[in-house]
Design a protein around this ligand. Structure first.
Ligand code: NCD
Length: 316
């Protein structure tokens, strides 16, 4: 891959997305071995810098780097000098002085990873910047869809809930049309805004209107930490109009896939019986996340495209 950084899917091509997903499919088998490690990135140093809370994404990047034999250093804003008033640029200059090869960053400000990518020579992987993008999540979503549906061209993905404040949705909105998928959006007017519609992306608002046509239903968490006052009524009302429960799921195709990036607010955007039900591929998304992040680190740090073959190559 020619690029130094992975900042978002807005400027990625269908070919790059295909290369990342194919490479991820090849790396999956490493996590199935008893010794879950390959020497690919031995001697390289990868920093995970999380200025916002995270469970899955942080652990997933960390384990992905370790399975490639990279040395990992991690810090979070709550336990670092950010609390003492250090700016992002000062923190980054200090990290730079330790000669890392790549930095995985999550930050509440949209554009923070882009700033570091311009200022420093190491690779920057965006693990979520404010409401902007979360490309590795959208890529793991696509890999999970591809496992079940084959090619995504002509498939319909419904994204439901707080689309406007979701960086996961935004990366999917950039990525899915590039691989030929059609996206339908449903959610309250404050969370699903008209300017989000574009070629390949339609806004329908009502959940029942998107369900019947969907091959995939992606439910989103309400981004309470990013909502302005008055943007939402009560959780109970939200669940009634926009939540996915078994009764509503019956209106979808029987083979529909139910996805969620996590963390789930059970009983709000999704009922527990749907989250744990037989249409849910939520934990497959987590497993695929490790492979996608291995692929991203491998490709950004100079790895050549892997030749076709191997067990997992057949998955696509
Ligand atoms: C998402 C995020 O942080 O944007 N979570 C994740 O990375 N798996 C979604 C969310 O927090 O709702």
């Amino acid at each position: 891959m020619k690029r130094k950084d992975m900042l978002g899917l807005r400027d990625s091509t269908a070919e790059e997305i295909g290369l990342i997903l194919d490479t991820a499919a090849r790396f999956r088998s490493v996590s199935e071995r008893r010794i879950k490690k390959v020497p690919t990135l031995r001697g390289r140093t990868i920093v995970t810098a999380f200025f916002e809370d995270s469970t899955r994404t942080r652990l997933s990047f960390d384990v992905a780097a370790k399975r490639l034999s990279a040395d990992t250093l991690g810090f979070s804003a709550s336990s670092s000098s950010t609390k003492k008033g250090e700016t992002l640029m000062d923190t980054a200059r200090n990290l730079d002085a330790m000669k890392p090869d790549a930095i995985v960053i999550r930050h509440p400000c949209a554009g923070a990873p882009h700033m570091l990518a311009q200022a420093f020579p190491w690779s920057v992987l965006n693990a979520g910047d404010g409401i902007n993008e979360h490309p590795s999540q959208a890529l793991l979503d696509m890999l999970t869809m591809r496992d079940h549906l084959g090619s995504l061209a002509g498939r319909t993905v419904a994204i439901v809930g707080d689309v406007y404040h979701s960086r996961v949705a935004r990366s999917n909105l950039y990525g899915l049309p590039k691989v030929g998928a059609r996206v339908l959006l449903a959610g309250p007017g404050t969370m699903c805004r008209p300017q989000m519609a574009r070629p390949g992306v339609e806004l329908l608002h009502r959940v029942d209107d998107v369900l019947a046509e969907a091959d995939v239903i992606m439910m989103l968490r309400i981004q309470r930490e990013r909502l302005a006052p008055g943007m939402m009524s009560t959780s109970r009302e939200y669940a009634r109009f926009y939540g996915l429960d078994l009764e509503r799921l019956e209106r979808a195709r029987p083979e529909v896939l139910v996805m969620h990036p996590g963390p789930i607010n059970r009983g709000v955007e999704m009922s527990p019986d749907v989250a744990d039900g037989d249409r849910s591929v939520i934990l497959e998304q987590v497993t695929n996340g490790v492979a996608v992040r291995m692929a991203l680190m491998y490709l950004l740090l100079g790895g050549e495209p892997l030749p076709p073959g191997g067990d997992d190559a057949a998955a696509s």
